[in-house]
Each structure stands twice: as C-alpha cells, then as structure tokens.
Design a protein around this ligand. Structure first.
Ligand SMILES: NC(=O)c1ccc[n+]([C@@H]2O[C@H](COP(=O)([O-])OP(=O)(O)OC[C@H]3O[C@@H](n4cnc5c(N)ncnc54)[C@H](OP(=O)(O)O)[C@@H]3O)[C@@H](O)[C@H]2O)c1
Length: 221
C-alpha cells in the first residue's frame, strides 16, 4: 500500500515511516512541514511531501492523491496553547479525513489517546481533568468524525508513550487499565492494522503487554 503519513517528522511518525519503508507491502510518503526536515527521509529513500494541517482541505486532498491509506500521527504537542489543539488535533484531523474522502482514499488510521473515548463517562459532580480537557475533547470529536466518515477506519488509543524498545507485544481492547506504551509498539500496531481486516471500523485502547500484535489485533471486537 502507498501510505501517506501525516505527522511523519514526529517521534511516532519517524519510526512508522521507517517500518513502512522496510516492509515488503508498503511505501510511505512522509508529510512534513519544512524543507529542512527532508534530509532525514531522503537519506533513507523515503518520499516526502511538504504540507501543513493549517492549510485547506483541497490542498490536503492534493497530497492524498494516489495513496491507498492515510495515517494520522500528527499532534500540536503538549507545549502549545488550546488554540493549536483545536486547529491541529481537531480541525487538522477532520480536514485530513475530508481530504482523504475527496481524494478517494478509503482507509484511514487515526492515532488517538487512551481515555479519549471516556471523557463523558463521569458522574454529575465530577469534572474532566482540566489540564488535558481541550486535548481529550479535540481528539474525542475528531475520532467521532472519523467513525461517521464512511471511511474504513481504525482508531488506536495508546496510553502514555515512551521511547522504550517495543518488542512487538501489546494488549489491545476496550477500557484497558493504564500502562505505558512504547512508540515503537504503536508504529508496529499501525503497520499491522494496515494489513489486518479485523481492525477495519474498530477503535481500541492499547498498551505494552504480553501478546503478539497480530494475535492481539485478531482478538479485538
Ligand atoms: N505523548 C503521549 O503520551 C501520547 C499518548 C497517547 C497518544 N498520543 C498521540 O500521539 C501523537 C504522536 O505522538 P509523538 O510523540 O509522535 O508526537 P510528536 O513527536 O510531537 O509529533 C507530532 C507531529 O505532528 C506534526 N505537526 C504539528 N503541527 C502540524 C501541522 N500544522 N501540520 C503538519 N504536521 C504538524 C509535528 O510536526 P513538526 O515535526 O514539524 O513539529 C510533529 O512531526 C500525539 O500528537 C498525540 O496525539 C500521545
């Protein structure tokens, strides 16, 4: 599959494009923001396309032409204000989904976050964690948009990300307990999801764990 990776210059993105490039079945296209970021990818023979999630849907649709799948691993990051969270984690994600539709791409994988689907699961007198509220709310509605998009989606909700070696063993499922997740395992789970039909139109939590990724993905429902 030809796979457009949005957020390719990020920590997950770089691991993912490497794994796609080294796989037999896939060719990544790394969407990056700046020419200065190109060298890392071109040295490895990975194609890049320069784009910005703050641009229009039609410009994002142009970047999505001739690809088989779009993977969204971008994010505004923890150091920006709420306005960027809305612009990137919500609007950027929604525009990428609409752009994929416009370009006729029907597979879309979204990197979301653990607990994002649970933001309304609290009693009347409790409040959502205020520090993370804008981010979680942005991700929640972006995920809802994707579920209603008509695209073949997979929404992956890892817990707190680490830079540990991945080992390719995870737990995947619904309402998992907190545990850390290595970025390498996230990248491997995205790669496996592209190849596993059981992940189509599914959303699931993931953490590092004890099961081979293929086995864990075959078990999600
Ligand atoms: N951190 C966690 O514990 C955690 C847990 C669960 C889920 N997640 C999700 O996982 C995602 C990826 O994590 P990560 O560690 O790989 O993040 P990261 O290193 O911050 O990567 C985010 C990428 O998004 C790109 N980006 C930001 N604004 C953009 C824009 N306007 N247009 C295009 N690209 C843009 C950045 O581009 P530049 O390189 O140009 O800045 C960067 O490459 C996070 O964004 C978050 O949604 C994180």
């Amino acid at each position: 599959m030809k796979v457009l990776v949005i957020g390719a210059n990020g920590k997950v993105g770089k691991i993912l494009v490497d794994k796609l490039q080294n796989s037999k079945n896939h060719t990544p296209i790394a969407m990056i923001r700046k020419e200065s970021q190109q060298d890392f990818f071109s040295r490895k023979g990975i194609s890049t396309i320069i784009g910005d999630l703050e641009s229009s849907i039609s410009s994002l649709a142009n970047m999505s032409q001739q690809v088989d799948a779009v993977v969204f691993v971008a994010g505004s990051g923890g150091h920006t204000d709420t306005d960027k969270t809305i612009q990137i984690d919500l609007d950027g994600a929604v525009k990428s989904i609409e752009a994929a539709k416009q370009a006729g791409v029907n597979r879309f994988i979204m990197l979301s976050g653990m607990y994002v689907d649970r933001i309304h699961d609290f009693e009347d007198d409790t409040k959502i964690d205020t520090a993370l509220a804008p981010y979680s709310i942005a991700k929640f509605y972006a995920d809802e948009w994707l579920k209603n998009s008509g695209l073949n989606y997979t929404i992956i909700r890892p817990s707190h990300l680490t830079d540990e070696h991945g080992y390719g063993k995870i737990i995947a499922g619904d309402k998992l307990d907190y545990h850390t997740t290595s970025r390498e395992n996230v990248a491997l789970t995205i790669l496996n999801s592209l190849e596993n039909e059981n992940t189509i139109n599914k959303s699931f939590d993931m953490t590092d764990g004890e099961f081979e990724i293929e086995y864990a993905l075959n078990k999600i429902n």
